[in-house]
Design a protein around this ligand. Structure first.
Ligand code: S3P
Length: 176
């Protein structure tokens, strides 16, 4: 894992949170391109650390190992320079993670209408939490559980339902 990076307390780091399909990764990439700020995508970094895909991490090591890796990674991101932190949809499940993100800078919640989130998320079958007999029902259940957590964690909420990646990025840049 890259330990020599990262986001300094007090820097204007931006953390993107939100449910699967919210567009965090795409917006994070565009934001990084436009601002020149480094991007730290927790899913990507955890994949690199384990050397296998996220579904394989869940299958071989269990969800708890993935969640522990998220928290450990956020702790390492406390050191260094500012940037954009792109998180996995479950990052808000631990209060400790939210505290760590807050210390880095502003937290932005990318949200969208449920049906739109589902359409986007179900285009890729790689989400381990949706490998169930009724993924649509599981999706709705997880979203219901998570919305209050995103609400509590966030400084700013952006509805991405009818916005392009460029428009969402513009809105974030206007906040900086
Ligand atoms: C998860 C979302 C995924 C990934 C992992 C767990 C979740 O990231 O971190 O599969 O708990 O919602 P995305 O939000 O980028 O899909």
């Amino acid at each position: 894992m890259r330990l020599s990076c990262c986001v300094n307390a007090g820097d204007n780091a931006i953390a993107l949170i939100g449910f699967m399909g919210a567009g965090k990764s795409a917006v994070g990439r565009e934001l990084s391109r436009r601002t020149g700020w480094p991007r730290y995508d927790t899913d990507e970094m955890i994949r690199e650390q384990f050397g296998i895909s996220i579904p394989d991490i869940f299958a071989r090591h269990g969800e708890l190992a993935f969640r522990d890796a998220e928290t450990t990674l956020l702790k390492t991101l406390q050191r260094g320079l500012g940037g954009i932190v792109v998180t996995g949809g479950g990052i808000v499940l631990r209060e400790e993670n939210v505290r760590l993100l807050r210390r880095m800078g502003r937290i932005i919640w990318l949200d969208a209408d449920e049906e739109i989130l589902w359409q986007r998320a179900s285009r890729h079958s790689t989400r381990p939490l949706l490998q169930t007999p009724d993924p649509r029902a599981r999706f709705a259940e997880l979203l219901r559980e998570r919305v209050p957590l995103y609400q509590t964690a966030t400084d700013y909420r952006i509805n991405t339902s009818s916005s392009s990646i460029a428009e969402v990025t513009d809105e974030i840049i206007a906040l900086l």
